[in-house]
Design a protein around this ligand. Structure first.
Ligand code: 1GP
Length: 258
């Protein structure tokens, strides 16, 4: 796919909100991946993100990206944790800065190391301000984040606005994969009120009610990852979550028209 960003913006405009599936190459058994991504594409996920906080093997990542790309048409977007999160076989990369890290390596350092590789691969780069919310996640630990507490919505809103003014194209509020507490609706709403670029929300979203709450509060893109490991494909929970995101997205479009 050539212009992933335009494709995503069109999908958000048409649907009000969209869903990304996160595949962690270290958590997912390759034999299951093809069935799962084919199913998710059919069920209506908009893109597959590939990455995880501890991805260490580029060859394993390459194999998984190739496998996914060979079986679906929706874009495969890298969600890198480090230099080892870059595979030349993906359609695009979330070129992200962990805005609330205490370590400049995660804000601009690894980006400078990775940029020449992205250019060499001719890969589309989606500029993203990444903001970690709440304590205790692997992402917060590895990224040495100065995590924003769940009740400090105004701090999250300031970081998000800073991302926009720095020229970034997307903002991601991350509660951490497998988190017991997703980003709350109040924080999503306050961030969105002050933002003109698309807002991605993820981490710990497992139920229809949680997905509905973040979309109604203003999330343009909802990410789920861990959910896949709970056999939600088999029990159709993933379909119900996608349906809720579609329904709440449509409602947002209607409200914005009035
Ligand atoms: C993690 O936000 C994503 O980076 C998804 O989180 O795995 O908890 O769905 P989950």
């Amino acid at each position: 796919m050539r212009n992933v960003e335009q494709y995503l913006l069109d999908k958000i405009r048409q649907n009000g909100s969209i869903h990304f599936t996160l595949i962690d190459p270290e958590e997912m058994i390759s034999s299951k991946i093809v069935d799962i991504v084919e199913y998710l594409e059919m069920a209506g996920t908009t893109a597959i993100m590939v990455g995880g906080s501890t991805v260490a093997s580029i060859s394993q990542l390459d194999d998984i990206v190739k496998l996914i790309k060979g079986n679906i048409k929706i874009p495969v977007i890298l969600f890198p944790n480090n230099l080892t999160g870059i595979s030349k076989f993906a359609d695009a990369i979330l070129f992200m800065s962990l805005l609330n890290s205490n370590n400049p390596y995660f804000i601009t350092g690894v980006q400078a190391l990775g940029a020449p590789l992205i250019k060499q691969y001719g890969m589309e780069s989606l500029s993203l301000g990444y903001i970690i919310i709440g304590e205790g996640s692997t992402a917060a630990y590895i990224g040495q984040a100065h995590s924003i507490p769940h009740d400090k919505s105004e701090v999250a809103a300031s970081y998000a606005l800073a991302a926009q003014y720095l020229g970034m194209h997307f903002v991601y509020l991350e509660a951490g994969s497998g988190s017991k507490k997703p980003v709350n609706a109040e924080m999503v709403a306050m961030v969105k009120q002050n933002l003109e670029i698309p807002l991605i929300v993820g981490g710990g979203i497992r139920t229809e009610a949680e997905a509905r709450a973040v979309v109604e509060a203003g999330a343009d893109i909802v990410v789920t990852g861990n959910l896949l490991e709970e056999d939600t494909v088999a029990d159709r929970r993933i379909d119900r979550i996608l349906a809720v995101i579609r329904e709440a997205g449509k409602k947002r479009i209607k409200e914005n028209c009035h």
